[in-house]
Write a protein that binds this ligand. Structure first.
Ligand code: PXL
Length: 279
């Protein structure tokens, strides 16, 4: 059987365990052939460091796509993460048009904990909303969902009806499978809830809530989810695989959480992920 092939379009933050430095190893471990497209090279991610370098590689994107098309390359999936500029969002939309056979998984990556990340604004959120409308699966957190829906951010105290409503309103942008992450109904549990618009069905998977915040866990979740989806796992299984892997990576980091604030030890948990996709 031909190996499943996925391209992943996001930045390469050389230090900090996020975006390409997690997506590539995670999806490789899952058995996918991973083709990374770095949108920019940064010395570190922007979440907690100061003075990072930033080399924009936007100019290379159209040429990479043109070469790949000339070579006749095809892809089973395209996953996207931090893109940085609206110009880059437009270029990714072109990739989506050029590779129509690929399953498109979009993680909006522009905000968390009620706030936009450094360098983003409402225009970027609007551009990302359009890209989400072109995707097969979207994976916003509740902050990104609120920006895309232009609704106030609700940090806590919401119920299942509220989350199901958010998912349905997001689905109206045009994506058939919507997943929201970081859902906490009851302080003891955290998880992800998904909505399959075609079947009008919700799925959810929760684990114990570890009340700490590490950078890059959203990227880890989306990488595992995208890998599972492109491997053909049903959404129920993909959610479980991705939530379990993220929780295990956080748990593995807890003993060193002070020193490791910039990212979790996802590497040590890869054997469990490899096991999980074989089940
Ligand atoms: O983890 C998301 C992410 C990815 N890439 C860069 C970031 C962030 C979040 O801040 O700064 C460069």
């Amino acid at each position: 059987m031909r190996q499943k092939r996925i391209m992943t379009i996001q930045d390469l933050s050389c230090f900090g365990k996020c975006s390409l430095t997690v997506a590539h190893p995670i999806m490789s471990a899952m058995g996918l052939e991973v083709c990374p497209i770095p949108t920019a090279v940064l010395s570190t991610h922007t979440g907690g460091f100061t003075g990072w370098t930033f080399r924009d590689l936007a100019a290379d994107l159209p040429a990479i796509a043109a070469h790949w098309k000339k070579e006749g390359l095809t892809f089973d999936g395209i996953s996207t993460g931090y893109l940085g500029t609206t110009e880059m969002i437009d270029m990714v939309a072109d990739y989506f048009r050029l590779f129509p056979g690929a399953k498109k998984i979009v993680d909006p990556v522009f905000a968390d904990n009620g706030k936009l990340y450094a360098g983003f604004d409402e225009t970027y959120a609007a551009g990302m909303t359009k890209l989400c409308g072109m995707a097969d699966v979207i994976v916003p957190n509740l902050t990104e969902a609120s920006y895309m829906l232009k609704e106030p951010y609700v940090a806590s105290g919401y119920d299942e009806d509220y989350i199901h409503g958010v998912l349905k309103r997001l689905a109206a942008f045009g994506c058939p499978l919507t997943v929201v992450t970081g859902v906490v109904y009851d302080k003891g549990y955290q998880g992800a809830v998904a909505y399959d618009a075609k079947e009008d069905r919700f799925f959810q998977y929760f684990r114990e809530n570890i009340d700490v915040s590490f950078h890059g866990t959203g990227d880890i979740f989306t990488s595992a989810l995208a890998g599972a989806v492109v491997l053909g796992k049903p959404m129920e299984a993909a959610l479980r695989i991705a939530v379990d892997y993220t929780v295990e990576s956080i748990k593995a980091t807890m003993p060193d959480k002070q020193e490791h604030w910039y990212g979790v030890k996802f590497e040590t948990c890869l054997p469990g992920l490899i096991q999980a996709i074989q089940e």
